[in-house]
Design a protein around this ligand. Structure first.
Ligand code: ZN
Length: 231
């Protein structure tokens, strides 16, 4: 099930497939592992006998659900995994807002997003500008909030690399070099009329789910770059 909902992910049942010093591997997991600027999920894993909170889920060859004492579980245990929905929903909204922010910065100022990190309650985004003196936080916030208020649908596609790289509206494809070529189909996120880019993060179904943003800070991050913080 690739299109697990970005918000309100339901509790799922699975089995413990591996145990390391740091935590548990599950035979299937719908937890979001930290990556792409988006924090990983946290939550609770329960077997019939035991229950443990897991801290921020980590990616890698196998998704790791870190728990304090993994030895209370056994490989093969049937478990229930409950994702912290409030945290996930917040991160999902913040992450979708970041797509809109990056798209509008590109449209208004020709800026390229070179990094981003979502934290509790705020996001910082690093942008490279052809001419960063052109940047204007007021215009930027208005453009983002106007775009969010268009009630645009967000859809997820599975497209191959050729289709992604040949699409004229596609943004943010440079990082695709870092994804192993054995992975042929990539997830593409489309925010109707606003943004189209490959992305593995979690997203709301419609921009009406995202509140307005407020830009709180911008400062130099080296030649041509600004680090912008918004809530
Ligand atoms: Zn995304």
């Amino acid at each position: 099930m690739k299109q697990h909902p970005g918000t309100n992910p339901p509790t799922f049942r699975t089995t413990v497939s591996g145990i390391t010093d740091g935590g548990l591997h599950l035979s299937e997991s719908y937890c979001y592992p930290r990556g792409g600027g988006q924090p990983g999920d946290v939550g609770v894993i329960s077997s019939s006998d035991h229950s443990a909170e897991f801290s921020e889920v980590q990616g890698g060859d196998f998704i790791l659900h870190p728990v304090d004492d993994p030895s209370i579980f056994n490989v093969g245990d049937g478990v229930e995994c409950e994702i912290d929905v409030i945290r996930r929903n917040r991160n999902t909204r913040m992450h979708t807002a970041q797509h809109v922010f990056s798209a509008m910065a590109n449209e208004l100022f020709g800026a390229e997003t070179v990094g981003n990190q979502i934290s509790e309650g705020y996001t910082r985004i690093d942008l490279w500008f052809p001419d960063r003196d052109q940047f204007n936080a007021g215009d930027m916030a208005v453009a983002v909030n106007d775009a969010l208020r268009t009630d645009s649908n967000v859809s997820i596609h599975e497209w191959d690399r050729d289709r992604i790289l040949s699409h004229e509206q596609m943004r943010h494809t440079k990082f695709m070099d870092r994804i192993p070529s054995s992975i042929e189909m990539l997830r593409v996120v489309e925010i109707d009329g606003i943004d189209l880019c490959p992305c593995g993060g979690t997203h709301v179904a419609n921009t009406s789910d995202v509140d307005d943003i407020t830009i709180t800070n911008s400062r130099s991050k080296g030649a041509g770059k600004l680090r912008i913080t918004y809530e």
